[in-house]
Design a protein around this ligand. Structure first.
Ligand SMILES: Nc1ncnc2c1ncn2[C@@H]1O[C@H](COP(=O)(O)OP(=O)(O)OP(=O)(O)O)[C@@H](O)[C@H]1O
Ligand SMILES: [Mg+2]
Length: 333
């Protein structure tokens, strides 16, 4: 479990930047936890405070019951071996082979040579790079480079993996394959993974919980399905807007009829709620847009519908949908 308690961090300079403004956040063990927010929100700073690459000015950072701020340099360096880090631009050593890159943290930790060979072999297999061990980073694709980065981060058997925009430099297909690898690692090794991203898709694919950051604060946290279906903060809503909703043609926006945005989660996706709505409330429903998708493992659907009927029928319809656990919002394009 990782806990931030009222963490503040200011970068002093010609213009000082208050990058973290009283962050409180709990990250449970064993899950994939996403941190999302616009550029400059403070995501990287927050995560770098976990292993004290950045020191908070005030507040506490706890990792598995240890107050990280209070550690001596020696204790800190020991703790850092339990925390792996993966970066957007891989940060590989280009003059070293793949084997030597993965082995690097083990050499620093003075593992015996035989153990290093064994460990690197296991890691290469885990990330699917067994046949590339003698190659150099310059000979690898972006996805393969990131697999080396992940293997290296896992070398000293961390309990926690921090990924800062690990897929931001990759194309969509490669992104998916690296995300699958992270999910697989989380399940197999049972380690906690923190994923920083500005892409909703990353959260959608692999995260259990998410924190939405804005301007140095955490605006909202929760299970991904809850934040995606019932965002409470303006920050979460604005991150989701471009992700789920289409742009409706202007002709459709000005019909004067009510347009509703319906969100279905879990079992509701399987039920013929719209057919029941038409039968029960006698309203005509014009479907403008629909999408069904998956949040990690849970099905999730969105419909934009136009209701044609009397005022009374429309209010009855909204009540009916809400009684059936469908999230209803009047859609303002
Ligand atoms: N070492 C530093 N010195 C001065 N200012 C910094 C430093 N690191 C970060 N900042 C500032 O702190 C704020 C938060 O930065 P941070 O890198 O944490 O944002 P971020 O959410 O990770 O953004 P991005 O999505 O662009 O990576 C920004 O305004 C940034 O300019
Ligand atoms: Mg960042």
């Amino acid at each position: 479990m990782i806990e931030f308690k009222n963490v503040h961090k200011t970068f002093e300079g010609r213009a000082s930047v208050h990058a973290l403004r009283g962050v409180d956040l709990s990250i449970p063990s064993g899950e994939i936890f996403g941190i999302i927010g616009q550029s400059g929100a403070g995501k990287s700073t927050l995560v770098r405070c976990i292993n004290m690459l950045e020191r908070p000015d005030s507040g506490e950072v706890w990792v598995d019951g240890v107050l990280m701020n209070s550690l001596s340099p020696k204790e800190l360096s020991k703790s850092r071996k339990r925390i792996g880090m993966v970066f957007q631009h891989f940060n590989l050593l280009n003059s070293r082979t793949v084997f030597q890159n993965i082995a690097f943290p083990l050499e620093l930790a003075r593992y015996p040579k035989k153990d290093i060979v064994e460990r690197v072999t296991v890691l290469a297999e885990l990330v699917g790079l067994t046949d590339k061990l003698q190659g150099y980073p310059g000979q690898l694709s972006g996805g393969q480079k990131q697999r080396v980065g992940i293997a290296r981060a896992l070398a000293t058997q961390p309990r926690l993996l921090l990924c800062d925009e690990a897929t931001s430099a990759l194309d969509p297909d490669t992104t998916i394959s690296v995300l699958r690898l992270l999910k697989d690692i989380n399940e197999r090794l049972k380690l906690t993974i923190i994923v920083i991203t500005h892409e909703m898709q990353v959260i959608q694919e692999i995260c259990d919980q998410v924190a939405v950051m804005e301007n140095g604060t955490v605006q909202e946290t929760g299970r991904v399905v809850d934040v995606f279906t019932r965002p409470r903060s303006r920050a979460a809503r604005s991150m989701l807007q471009g992700f789920w909703d289409p742009k409706l043609p202007s002709a459709l926006q000005s019909t004067g009829n009510t347009i509703l945005r319906l969100t279905f989660a879990n079992q509701k996706v399987h039920q013929p709620v719209i057919a029941q709505l038409v039968r029960t409330c006698g309203v005509d429903v014009n479907i403008l847009y629909g999408r069904i998708d998956q949040l990690k493992t849970a099905p999730f659907g969105i419909l934009l519908v136009e209701l044609v009927g009397s005022n009374e029928q429309r209010s009855q319809s909204i009540a009916f949908l809400q009684e059936n656990q469908v999230e209803v919002e009047v859609f303002n394009p």
